[in-house]
Design a protein. Structure first.
Length: 157
């Protein structure tokens, strides 16, 4: 279950609480219809790998990721404990779960998605917020400079 949570965080760019507290009623028509996200209700578009993860989860509770002890959703601190252990085993001591959201946004931008689209994927109302989430690789920025330079500058003198 915890591995599925981590994979969904990476595949959706959602916030941890949005995935951990997800209810089956919020998953329909191939989308997440979040009733209570940080920025208000929003729809999350899901890729086929993300939908597959959800479809593999048992349906015995209203929660997609239920706690076996409380009857509620699994607790965020339990997910954090799992993440710390996974991070330690992978040799990634400084990677936070929230960094998966940044990774999702950065990859989307590096693959050619524009900031407004990425912002919509993340549930941002302000494009400036989205820019904080995108970390472009040095090579991608250098390549963009060369592309623009070749269009505007022609050949070197």
């Amino acid at each position: 279950m915890y591995g599925a949570i981590v994979r969904l965080l990476l595949l959706t760019g959602c916030r941890k609480r949005e995935i951990v507290t997800l209810r089956w009623t919020e998953y329909r028509e191939g989308h997440l219809h979040l009733e209570d996200s940080k920025t208000g209700p929003r729809m999350v578009w899901l890729s086929s790998p993300a939908r597959r993860i959800l479809e593999e989860q048992p349906h015995g509770s209203q929660w997609i990721f239920p706690s076996s002890q409380t009857g509620n959703s699994v607790h965020v601190k339990t997910v954090d404990f799992f993440w710390r252990r996974l991070r330690r085993e992978a040799g990634l001591p400084d990677v936070r779960l929230h960094d998966l959201r940044h990774t999702f946004a950065s990859i989307a931008v590096m693959m050619g998605e524009n900031i407004l689209t990425v912002g919509r994927l993340l549930g941002h109302n302000d494009p400036g917020t989205t820019l904080k989430y995108t970390h472009l690789a040095h090579d991608a920025v250098a390549e963009a400079a060369e592309t623009v330079g070749s269009v505007l500058g022609g050949s070197a003198a």
